[in-house]
Design a protein around this ligand. Sequence first.
Ligand code: E4P
Length: 272
Amino acid sequence: MKFFLDSAILPEIEFSFRTGICDGVTMNPSLVKKAVEELQAKGEKITLELYIRKILKAAKGSPVSIEVTALDAKGMVMQGKRIYKNFKAANKNLNIKIPVNPCFPGEKGKEFDGIIAIKELHKAKIPVNCTLIFTPEQALAAAKAGADFVSPFCGRIDDLLRKENGIQFGKEDYYPAKGLSKDGNVLEDNGIVSGVDLVKQTAEIFKTHGIKSRIIAASVRNARQARECAIAGADICTMPFGVLKEIASHRLTQEGMKKFTEDAPEEYKKMV
Ligand code: E4P
């Protein structure tokens, strides 16, 4: 499974690529807003375009997803083509992030605009990462339309199951892949018992039907969830910087380091 960094913070991106284990970057409008506002608060006068160019350069040709903001198929296709034309020279593996369905809560009539936009961009040979996926059938529809990547949002499914059932939780708290039981029933959202289960069911369907779109497990909250996404069949896991750091950590590693350092004889240290 590949590791992508889910961040728009340039120093985090640069550092992650230096580790050698980062294979790509995903961003969304909320992440870009946060990163740019942090810079502006420090008094930096950088344009958004220049900032994105720096991110694309930092990714050294690895995939980077940039999301559209339009809310209908025509607008998404137009923005997708414009982003691709403007930035593809800066990163040959740029892909356009398209929401599977751009309707707001309660809105109707544009349910297929994301799918139509994916089909059009695919026809224009522009790679697409289909985002905001919460069911395997949304992933299937996006893949059928030609999405190169589909992004099921694990953490947000777990958040929803806890919120709807009055369970208190912290953002990074682990949610069991097999689901949580309440009053003898496993909590579920239309047959999905956890974010990892969403990835697992999607991966099973893709395998059964020979679908080539790659699954990016997104909205990942902790290292254990990233591990379970790998077991569930995700091709890629996109994670915030904090989760990437957690992946390298265990308290026994630190304790072991301390002991080995204390025990190493001077002669040994000179020899190595
Ligand atoms: C994916 O591409 C999204 O940017 C992201 O994973 C969303 O994560 P969140 O649910 O933590 O906001």
